[in-house]
Design a protein around this ligand. Structure first.
Ligand code: SF4
Length: 260
């Protein structure tokens, strides 16, 4: 026991103390900034492998973006990727970053389901479904629970069974072979339940968009509660997004209690 305490004192706190304001080392690409610099827009649009760049006015759809950085390499005066990792939102249209607008990406409180605020308070259990994923997003989601990011301290955890979960986190581009298993998993989660799309592949299909091997019809009949962009998602993007969802839910609940 004393030996363990000594080790704890020696190692100190391992987890990131403030996950809302962390400094990500290395070449991480977060929310881009698009300046009003005049460039060959057509060339810029054509170099993007996933059609994430839209013209007139210039925009980048982070739901399609693979964060490869090619646009910023070719047009450094036009596009720059910041280290802002807080990119998750519940409004798909907010993933589109427009020229000259350096606004943070946030959740829309009005889109958060009210019934969820009545059932999920300080705890959220999630079942992860890899629907044709390449294991990159899955690895990063796994890292959310390690000693560094320590998502469990916020009451957010992945569980093995959908019957023990409050919602599902989908990764991968939603392949045909995973269409029925995905639906079965979702059906096994008790109501009310949430859906989170983690990663570019899940949000739009990414580089696989339009492939005959995909079946994304699940998304036509179910409301998505949170979009987490990234290729793969960064643990801090995911944890902050889910926390925002919980925080907004708590705010909604407080307002609801005041008004009733
Ligand atoms: S970083 Fe995104 S927008 Fe830029 S070229 Fe790559 S996929 Fe396209």
């Amino acid at each position: 026991m004393i030996g363990n305490i000594k080790i704890l004192l020696h190692q100190g706190m391992q987890s990131i103390p403030d996950i809302t304001n962390a400094d990500i080392p290395g070449p991480f690409r977060g929310t881009p900034v698009i300046t009003s610099e005049k460039v060959d827009e057509q060339a810029l649009v054509e170099l993007c492998p996933t059609g994430a760049i839209l013209s007139s006015p210039m925009r980048i759809d982070l739901g399609n973006c693979t964060f490869c950085g090619e646009c910023a390499f070719a047009f450094p005066d036009k596009i720059r990727f910041t280290k802002d990792y807080k990119m998750a939102t519940n409004d798909r249209s907010r993933l589109i970053v427009a020229e000259g607008k350096a606004q943070p990406i946030m959740l829309d409180p009005d889109l958060i389901k009210r019934e969820i605020s009545q059932f999920f308070k300080g705890s959220l259990k999630l079942r992860q479904v890899s629907a044709g994923g390449d294991n990159s997003c899955e690895l990063e989601l796994n890292a959310c629970g390690n000693v560094n990011f320590d998502m469990g301290r916020f009451g957010i955890e992945f569980v093995a069974s959908p019957r023990h979960a409050d919602g599902i986190v989908i990764t991968g581009p939603l392949t045909e072979s995973m269409a029925i298993p995905l639906q079965n998993c979702y059906d096994a989660v008790p109501d009310p339940k949430i859906i989170i799309l983690a990663g570019t592949d899940a949000i739009s299909g990414g580089i696989f968009a339009g492939s005959l091997a995909l079946n994304r019809s699940f998304l036509n009949s179910h409301k998505v509660d949170l979009y987490v962009p990234g290729n793969p998602v960064h643990p801090l993007t995911f944890i902050n997004g889910v926390l925002e969802l919980i925080k907004e839910r708590k705010n909604n609940l407080a307002e609801h209690r005041i008004s009733t």
